[in-house]
Design a protein around this ligand. Structure first.
Ligand code: ZN
Length: 376
């Protein structure tokens, strides 16, 4: 049995953000909660979005932390209720979009937040009461603009997935103009997240040939255009293609991710150091690809052919060399992860919702070995 879902209306091109107010109104929004983060709130991209939303009565929440957590979700949801908002417009990378989804959930559903986590049986508890979300990505990586999940860190430090078809944004406005000013480091890290989404979902054993085709095209596009977007942020073709690769990664989330995300999710829940999701995936990906090879050799060869991995090399080596080109770290140790953190990370990875769709089953010992490999 194959379950295949494509639900979001996507407006994709330079200038797409200009349609935000018209589409929000058409979707019944007059008083949206506009969610972003403190860095974006001060910049020209957010000013442009607020300008476009002029005909509406937007209420702004701009305190999204780098890894969105329960306190921030509940604060945004309280503003949603107090201001009698009728929808959420999330502007930013994965963190504001996931926080926006959390606010749309907790602004319309009773607490506590924990009961809606996928691994705690929360999927059927998220209902059609959920407020509509419009996502406006300002990075090319997350895919959350079309994703059915939000990754949120509970007060006890667990970073969990909140997943439901009702969590999928009704509309995604993908405007590559908004990414032209993205700094090089964020271009690299978020772009590697997009590439990881395409690779992990392609390797997932769940049957969904349409999603496989999208993932393969997205991986090819990301591998080809990310070095160009990194080298010259004003390259419009590169920005357009990276935003498309990011969207394609998000469209394939329904196949489920794999061990890279199982490992990066608990690491992203650590309070100190604060670790970037895309950077973590880039660092972890080669070790997981080597681990998975025996159980997904044919698919890895298809990826290698599509991406154009040089003869004699393999996908893991290709990713290591791409990471070097992009100036990304080589190991978790370089990011400040210590041996003492690993046992708790292994527990988190074992329970993560992405573990079930890794092509090769994982034991505790496997995760211990993978974390050790990624520490080198
Ligand atoms: Zn990701």
């Amino acid at each position: 049995m194959a379950t295949i879902n494509y639900l979001t209306t996507i407006e994709f091109d330079f200038g797409a953000v200009a349609k935000a107010a018209e589409l929000a109104r058409a979707g019944g929004m007059q008083r949206p909660l506009v969610v972003t983060d403190p860095g974006l709130a001060r910049g020209p991209v957010f000013a442009r979005v607020l300008d476009v939303l002029g005909p509406l009565e937007p209420v702004v929440y701009d305190r999204t932390p780098q890894n969105p957590d329960e306190d921030a979700v509940m604060a945004a949801a309280a503003i949603f209720r107090q201001s009698r908002c009728d929808g959420v417009i999330a502007v930013g990378g994965g963190s504001p979009i996931d926080l926006g989804k959390g606010a749309a959930l907790m602004g319309t559903h009773d607490g506590p937040l924990e009961q809606y986590a996928a691994i705690l049986g929360g999927i059927p508890r998220i209902t059609a009461k959920m407020a509509p979300v419009i996502a406006i990505p300002t990075t090319a990586g997350t895919g959350s603009e079309v994703g059915r999940g939000a990754l949120l860190t509970l007060r006890d430090g667990r970073k969990l997935g909140f997943i439901s078809p009702h969590v999928i944004p009704r509309i995604a406005l993908c405007d590559p103009d908004l990414t032209l000013g993205l700094p090089r480091g964020l271009t690299a890290a978020t772009g590697m997240d997009a590439l990881t989404h395409c690779i992990e979902t392609f390797l997932s054993p769940r049957v969904n040939p349409p999603a496989d085709a999208i993932a393969l095209d997205g991986a090819t596009r990301a591998a080809r255009w990310l070095p160009r977007a990194f080298a010259d942020g004003s390259d419009r073709d590169a920005r357009w293609n990276m935003m498309m690769a990011s969207l394609q990664g998000g469209l394939t989330f329904q196949k489920g991710l794999g061990a890279v995300h199982s490992m990066s999710h608990p690491l992203g829940g650590i309070k100190e150091p604060v670790l970037h999701h895309g950077t973590l995936n880039a660092v972890i990906l080669p070790a997981v690809l080597r681990f998975n090879r025996s159980h997904a050799a044919g698919k890895m060869e298809a990826l290698e052919r599509a991406i154009g991995v040089p003869a004699g090399g393999d996908l893991a080596q290709f990713i290591e060399s791409l990471n070097a080109t992009l100036g990304l770290p080589r190991s978790l140790r370089e990011l400040g992860v210590t041996e003492a953190m690993i046992p708790r990370m292994v527990e988190g990875a074992l329970k993560d919702h992405s573990t079930a769709t890794n092509p090769r089953p994982l034991s505790r010992a496997d995760f211990e070995a993978l974390f050790r490999d990624a520490m080198q």
